[in-house]
Design a protein around this ligand. Structure first.
Ligand SMILES: [Zn+2]
Length: 342
């Protein structure tokens, strides 16, 4: 029923607005609690959304700024129980809860490790009852710039005219790559491994540049990707033959894709390229209900449709791109024996 706000008595305007403000607060708390459940239960994933943020924008019609703020606030609630109580009590604004979470994330990225409870408590205390501007001012005091911290973690020490020492931190994923690289190449020391990694990188980048500038076209026939009738893409057949070597022009460092790789978790670079071409570098998960495809292009991982443990192979037909969210969802489904894969 439309109301004539201009006809209201002034005392009524004041009492109504107080009541509405209270309702708004309890509505926001409810909204966050429901978002929290959607997040914890990952209810957005089967609907082909890669994140709670995307769910907020596309399913609930939030603006991007609203969805960002609300999902950050939910993340803060998950990480710090006190945040939930303070929001509920009206002492912590959504904006400050979101800022707080962003500050913690930035700090953890810079540190490369989790912040402690003391740090979190200090941030919550600074956020309580503060306006956004006041809180931001306090944050600047608490935090030095994350960039300068990151720079402090990397050191280049010139020991002598010919020797330099490097010191930097790597995460688990990089360490795993390092171990794998060490298994594959003959590099008894880290120095040799690093040197060879740089060689490969430089070589790969120079080849890319040559291709971009129009050189090196004579190998196009060899590099052509074959398309089968069903639309799947396959590498040229000679790539699949173990130990096959091309003519003297070909690089001796090129590793052919061996038959052995069919049961290996290792996915050759050539396959990665073909899979990216086929998927358009986009998650290939499809909501079985609406047939809507996930639009995520971030954190793409290559997934075995039929897991190796269940007899799947490392073949192009059995591989696809999934974003982090859908990779985890499918892993859970596989464990539960749910097969939604086409
Ligand atoms: Zn996805």
């Amino acid at each position: 029923m439309p109301r004539k706000y201009s006809n209201l008595e002034s005392y009524q305007v004041l009492s109504d607005i107080r009541a509405l403000a209270l309702q708004e607060q309890s509505l926001i708390v409810d909204l966050l609690e429901y978002l929290y459940e959607v997040d914890v239960r990952k209810l957005y994933a089967p609907l082909a959304y890669s994140s709670l943020f995307e769910f907020g924008v596309k399913e609930l019609g939030f603006t991007r700024a609203q969805s960002y703020e609300r999902t950050r606030a939910v993340a803060a609630m998950k990480q710090i129980p006190e945040v939930r109580e303070r929001i509920r009590a009206g002492e912590l604004s959504l904006t400050n809860a979101a800022l707080l979470k962003r500050a913690i994330d930035a700090e953890e990225r810079a540190l490369g490790s989790k912040v402690d409870a003391h740090f979190k408590a200090a941030l919550v205390a600074a956020a309580l009852g503060a306006t956004k501007r006041e809180f931001q001012g306090k944050l600047d005091e608490v935090l030095t710039s994350p960039e300068s911290r990151a720079a402090m973690r990397e050191r280049v020490l010139h020991r002598s005219a010919t020797r330099t020492a490097l010191q930097f931190e790597i995460d688990v994923a990089t360490e795993t790559k390092m171990k794998r690289a060490r298994e594959l190449v003959d590099a008894p020391t880290l120095e040799e491994l690093f040197d060879r990694a740089l060689d490969s990188l430089i070589e790969a980048e120079e080849v890319k540049r040559r291709y971009r500038s129009g050189g090196g076209k004579k190998n196009d026939r060899d590099r052509r990707i074959e398309e089968k009738e069903d639309g799947t893409l396959v590498a040229p057949s000679h790539d699949l033959v173990a130990g096959h070597h091309e003519g003297p022009e070909s690089s001796t460092k090129e590793i052919p894709i061996k038959q052995k790789s069919l049961v290996s978790r290792y996915i050759p670079a050539k396959y990665r390229m073909l899979i990216a071409k086929r998927s358009g570098a986009q998650c290939e998960y499809i909501d079985p209900g609406t047939m809507r495809r996930c639009s995520s292009r971030s954190h793409l991982q290559i997934d075995h449709k039929m897991p190796l443990a269940m007899g799947g192979t490392t073949t192009l037909e059995n591989l696809r791109h999934l974003c982090g969210t859908h990779n985890r969802l499918e892993a859970v489904n596989a464990r539960l024996g749910i097969n939604l894969k086409g």
